[in-house]
Write a protein that binds this ligand. Structure first.
Ligand SMILES: CC(C)(COP(=O)(O)OP(=O)(O)OC[C@H]1O[C@@H](n2cnc3c(N)ncnc32)[C@H](O)[C@@H]1OP(=O)(O)O)[C@@H](O)C(=O)NCCC(=O)NCCS
Length: 156
């Protein structure tokens, strides 16, 4: 990974999504899904985004005002102090530049500041990129669910 990546990031690269960004995020996810679907089969993108915009935290990664990546996660389970990462996508031509890693770390900080001690993510076993990234970020396998693993990480 380019180690200069973090030094070059500016605050406006990662920002909370406003309701007005829903259409743009929809278009970004639809485009990213074309290459290789990563949302569970049968998920209706519009309804999925409605749910995320209602209950989750959505952080797009912007460059020159264009979305190059987006992460969505829940950090509202304050009883168990557990965040759940629902979706992460980086534009196909922007991968392996550290954008995914940066968004995950931003989400860790946000979750911790909002009272979470752990974070979980379901990762399909055939999604090697995602699994490798989570491994590098310190996730461990909590449960084997057949097609996917439930991964867990303690937030420091
Ligand atoms: C998974 C995904 C988000 C990774 O984003 P990214 O910005 O390319 O990832 P990064 O550049 O931050 O990589 C971080 C680490 O992840 C691992 N990784 C990422 N892509 C990888 C690949 N193709 N092969 C092996 N390891 C990979 C590496 O350990 C990498 O660190 P390194 O570059 O120092 O070796 C991206 O591939 C993607 O959008 N995939 C399609 C959507 C998806 O599957 N999302 C997850 C399920 S919702």
């Amino acid at each position: 990974m380019n180690t200069g990546f973090y030094e070059n990031r500016e605050a406006e690269n990662a920002t909370l999504a406003s309701a007005g960004m829903k259409e743009e995020i929809h278009a970004f996810i639809a485009e990213t899904q074309k290459e290789k679907p990563f949302l569970p089969a049968g998920v209706d993108l519009a309804s999925y985004l409605d749910k995320l915009f209602a209950h989750a935290v959505i952080i797009p990664f912007l460059e020159k005002g264009c979305i190059k990546g987006v992460i969505a996660f829940y950090c509202n389970d304050l009883e168990n102090k557990r965040a759940f990462f629902s979706m992460l996508a980086v534009a196909a031509d922007q991968r392996r530049r550290g954008v995914g890693y940066f968004l995950m770390e931003t989400a860790f900080r946000f979750s911790k500041l909002n009272g979470c001690d752990t974070v979980e993510a379901d990762v399909y076993k055939d999604n090697i990129e995602s699994f490798k990234m989570c491994e590098k970020l310190g996730f461990a396998i909590k449960e084997d669910k057949g097609d996917f693993y439930v991964l867990q990480k303690l937030l420091d």
